[in-house]
Ligand binder design. Structure first.
Ligand SMILES: *Cc1c(COP(=O)(O)O)cnc(C)c1O
Length: 390
């Protein structure tokens, strides 16, 4: 018999009933230190009073009115995102895949509106993940995600992640743009080098392509900058973000320059729920905290501390951990034993982690994490690694 909830996930047998800060409380009474943060979503931890207050206040006034009317919250949040990014304009949606689907549409439409409809192909990277809709699955190109869902959507050309020569050679008369994650998340916390990101900008400019970034996971303070592209000192033309943007409220956004969005006129794109007043009230509150003086500096400091501690773990358990990688509070341990075993052992020890591709375990704690939490997590990891077979 099929479960009532369609069994598309291999779920851990835990039910959480409450969260507070970096801790989650399960129905069996156990407390867990949450270094998975709902897959890099609960950027401000659980039940943050500022977010709860914003959601409650908005809930008393207006939940939804559709995009047939102006939405004050969208105008405010869009202005704040624009002031703090490369973007001139923002489209709100409800998830990461939807944001990336929109990024793909913006890229194609730009060339169509510029009189070059033949330029409709996008260069993407091996190991990428852009979501589970049909277009984003095709962009990600992971065989395990695509199996059984043929025909695959056309329009993507794949190159090795990090190889500029290969990328340059893939550019042709039908190329519309380039789409990459500054750090591949689901692919296993694989950071692009700064030179690679700058090189992508150069190639895009040279061939008149749009440079698109997927900052669904890297965005919203996760790497210690509001957006990860800032580390490279370049800007994309269009970008999708989601995960941490709503701190747990489902919301995504497409950010674009005026030029990139020049084809996105009335009627070209839409979403019934996208950017509804509830979502916008929460994002506004998330931005209050992310943009507060010293907050991103705190993320960088905690990231450095965790990075250093992970280095010691790698040294202590060389037969089980190959390396640490990532940036800010988006860190990964590349395992030599099955990553799922470490996730399981840590969970038994009261620490939540997330597995990723390339046999990696992700550490993506809430950005409000403090040194005591990092020490607690590292202790559980150390104990888990010691008890696991190599
Ligand atoms: C999670 C993720 C997505 C998909 O987001 P959903 O909200 O699950 O649709 C897309 N791109 C990246 C880089 C992600 O990490």
């Amino acid at each position: 018999m099929i479960p009532a909830v369609m069994p598309t996930y291999a779920r851990a047998d835990i039910v959480f009933e409450r969260g507070e800060g970096v801790y989650l409380y399960a129905t069996d009474g156990r407390r867990y230190l949450d270094f998975g943060a709902g897959v890099a979503v609960n950027s401000l931890g659980h039940a943050h009073p500022h977010l709860v207050g914003a959601l409650k206040a908005q809930a008393e006034k207006l939940w939804h009115c559709s995009n047939l009317y102006r939405v004050a919250g969208q105008e405010k949040v869009a202005r704040r995102l624009i002031e703090n990014s490369f973007a001139d304009t923002v489209f709100f949606c409800n998830s990461g895949a939807e944001a990336m689907e929109g990024v793909i549409k913006v890229m194609r439409k730009y060339h169509h509106a510029a009189g070059n409809p033949q330029r409709n192909r996008i260069i993407v990277a091996e190991g990428a993940f852009h979501g589970r809709t049909l277009a984003t699955l095709a962009a990600g190109g992971q065989a395990k995600h695509l199996k059984g869902f043929d025909p695959m959507m056309e329009g993507f050309d794949r190159v090795a992640f990090g190889n500029l020569n290969e990328l340059r050679n893939a550019v042709g008369p039908a190329t519309a743009g380039i789409l990459v994650e500054p750090i591949q998340g689901e692919g296993g916390i694989r950071p692009a080098s700064m030179d690679y990101l700058r090189g992508l900008r150069t190639v895009a400019d040279e061939f008149g392509l749009l440079l698109g970034f997927d900052e669904v996971q890297t965005g919203n303070g996760r790497t210690g900058k509001l957006f990860a592209y800032e580390w490279a000192g370049i800007t994309p033309d269009v970008m999708g973000t989601a995960k941490g943007l709503g701190g747990g409220f489902p919301v995504g956004a497409i950010l674009a320059t005026a030029k990139a969005a020049s084809g996105m006129t009335a009627g070209t794109h839409g979403s019934t729920f996208g950017g509804n007043p509830l979502a916008m009230a929460v994002v506004d509150a998330v931005l209050d905290l992310l943009l507060a003086d010293g907050f991103l500096e705190h993320v960088r400091q905690m990231g450095k501390l965790l990075w250093d501690e992970l280095g010691k773990l790698v040294d202590r358990h060389p037969a089980k951990i190959a390396e640490r990688r990532g940036a800010g509070l988006m860190l990964g341990l590349k395992c030599r034993m099955p990553n799922a075993d470490l996730v399981k052992a840590a969970m038994d020890g009261g620490l939540l982690l997330v597995a990723a591709g390339d046999n990696t375990v992700r550490l993506v704690p809430p950005l409000i994490v403090e040194p005591t939490h990092i020490a607690e997590a590292v202790e559980v990891l150390d104990r888990s690694l010691a008890q696991l077979a190599a």
